[in-house]
Design a protein around this ligand. Structure first.
Ligand code: ATP
Ligand code: MG
Length: 507
């Protein structure tokens, strides 16, 4: 009999089925990995266990006894503690106050200050070597580096003396030395008979720490495996399953999209601080890639075309007309959109509703007052975009942070499509998202080109460029040094030309 047994757990958020009969069995004294692509339901299952999400259906049995967990206090009573990537800390409070929150020391009537202090000091002790220098218990949590805050989040959960500890991407922002401190702690706890549930997108961490793992896909449990008997390739296969096959299919179809002869975008001798005379053209409905070693000016080129990185010489020509714009506002008016690379820092207002995020670009063209008057129209347009891009959401008023990685990325792209651009610039759009979510982005790019939109894409993944692009311009030190076209656009050629260029220039 497993120590923890969650069975047939269902949870819907509006139209999204986050869990559809998921199950999980964890023993005492084991680290159990919980794996699955973005949006597969890992965090939702953990939140059901910690009482922050109440399931529509399902049972939780601990040590043979069925228990009800509908609020966080129920989880505390069962000695279940969790640490997440999205921190539960209060930035304005001191380290000590944060560590005591929700414990008996933190309650109003508790006056033994020495005991409180000792509890907090002990909680922190093991993690201090991984934290910023000069930290004391009275330091405000908000002033700490993100890594240190993450360690406080973990220390807080560990200090409760849990029987079940959940770490949900709690190591994602940590450096290796910090991860080591966490792993040491986990191993000590497990030796004492604690059951640990560990979620991480870093497979090497999972392989290193976990005894077994359960794999989720689309809110369902697909397998539980012994780690020692499973290779990383097998894990990936279980996680993405038919999605990988679907991606192959999508790749095949993309290459066949018809491109017209009409030149939509042309750059003539573009110069900037990092570009030294870039000439390129892209046709209507074409996917043009920017290849080469990373950091050779690909991202800069996109920003110059979008008017948010200064042009020192040269010309941008759209549909035969030389452009005078020197700002993003001008670029947007000329039908250009740029989807930035890092979705969390540049793309989204994560606590704001999906609706607002989708309308943010269109908003810049009008005024806030106008938006309030047109809220109905804004909603209609946003809903249209959600349908067009098949973004999986509950309600359009939910914060964008409730969406999975791939769906967040679609919102980023979707908001730029609100202005009906004719040229879409994508700056490494699939970096840091899982395979399933990538397949959806490829699908979306295909949709755009089939509508006649021109796509210019910078990607750090040669495989992706090879599969997606009709032509690839290979860059080196701010110049285009080679153009691959048609059948030449293969991963081998891309790698070879990037490296050969490097060799030639060095020699
Ligand atoms: N509060 C919510 N409101 C609406 N939808 C939600 C909410 N929480 C989760 N979802 C949706 O439920 C699905 C499962 O999300 P969940 O966060 O559990 O996935 P995950 O496996 O943890 O993904 P990731 O690896 O990206 O963290 C996703 O489609 C997500 O958008
Ligand atoms: Mg998650």
């Amino acid at each position: 009999m497993p120590y923890l047994h969650m069975a047939n757990v269902h949870k819907r958020f509006g139209g999204v089925r986050a869990l559809q009969g998921a199950s999980l069995e964890v023993e005492t004294g084991e680290v159990h990995g919980l794996l699955g692509p973005n949006g597969s339901g890992k965090s939702t299952l953990n939140k059901v266990l910690s009482g922050t999400v109440s399931p529509d259906q399902g049972t939780i049995v601990i040590n043979g006894v069925q228990i009800g967990i509908s609020k966080p206090v129920d989880a505390h009573r069962e000695r279940i503690a969790s640490a997440y990537q999205q921190l539960s800390l209060v930035p304005d409070l001191s380290l000590q106050d944060n560590l005591l929150l929700g414990t008996e020391f933190g309650t109003a009537g508790f006056v033994d200050r020495r005991a409180s202090r000792e509890y907090a000091a002990q909680a922190l002790e093991h993690f201090l070597p991984g934290m910023d220098k000069g930290i004391t218990l009275s330091t405000e949590v908000g002033s700490l580096s993100p890594g240190s805050q993450q360690l406080v989040e973990i220390a807080k959960a560990v200090a409760r003396g849990p029987r079940i500890l959940v770490l949900d991407e709690a190591t994602a922002s940590l450096r290796r030395e910090q991860v080591d401190l966490v792993f040491e702690t986990v191993r000590t706890l497990v030796a004492d008979g604690v059951a640990v549930i560990f979620v991480s997108h870093r497979l090497e961490e999972v392989k290193e720490l976990c005894d077994r793992a359960t794999i989720l896909r689309n809110g369902r449990t697909v397998a539980t495996v012994e780690m020692a008997e499973t290779t990383e390739a097998q894990l990936v296969r279980l996680m993405v399953g038919e999605v990988a096959d679907a991606q192959e299919e999508i790749f095949e179809q993309i290459a066949r999209v018809q491109v017209s002869d009409e030149v939509k975008l042309e750059t003539r001798n573009l110069q900037s601080s990092r570009l030294h005379g870039v000439n390129l053209e892209a046709r209507k409905g074409e996917v043009v890639g920017l290849g080469g070693l990373q950091g050779q000016g690909q991202s800069e080129l996109l920003h110059v075309i979008f008017g948010d990185s200064p042009l020192t010489d040269g010309e941008i020509v759209i549909a035969g007309t030389p452009q005078k714009y020197r700002t993003p506002r001008g670029a947007i008016a000329a039908g250009v959109a740029l989807v930035p690379g890092d979705r969390s820092t540049q793309g989204l207002l994560s606590v704001r509703p999906i609706l607002e995020n989708l309308n943010v670009v269109a908003l810049r063209r009008s005024t806030w007052a106008g938006w309030f008057i047109n809220i109905k129209r804004a909603k209609a347009l946003a809903t249209e975009q959600v349908d067009r891009l098949r973004i999986k959401i509950g309600s359009i008023m939910d914060p964008v942070s409730t969406l999975s990685g791939g769906n967040q990325q679609k919102v980023v792209i979707g908001k730029w499509l609100m202005n009906d651009p004719q040229i879409v610039l994508l700056d490494d759009p699939t970096k840091g998202i899982d395979v399933g979510a990538k397949a959806e982005i490829y699908d979306l790019i295909r949709l755009l080109t089939s509508e006649g939109i021109t796509v210019l894409i910078n990607s750090s993944d040669d495989n992706e460029l090879a599969a997606l692009c009709d032509r690839v311009f290979v860059m080196y030190e701010g110049e285009i040094v080679r153009v691959l076209e048609g059948d030449e656009v293969t991963q081998d050629n891309l790698v070879a030309s990037a490296l050969r260029v490097d060799g030639e220039k060095r020699a």
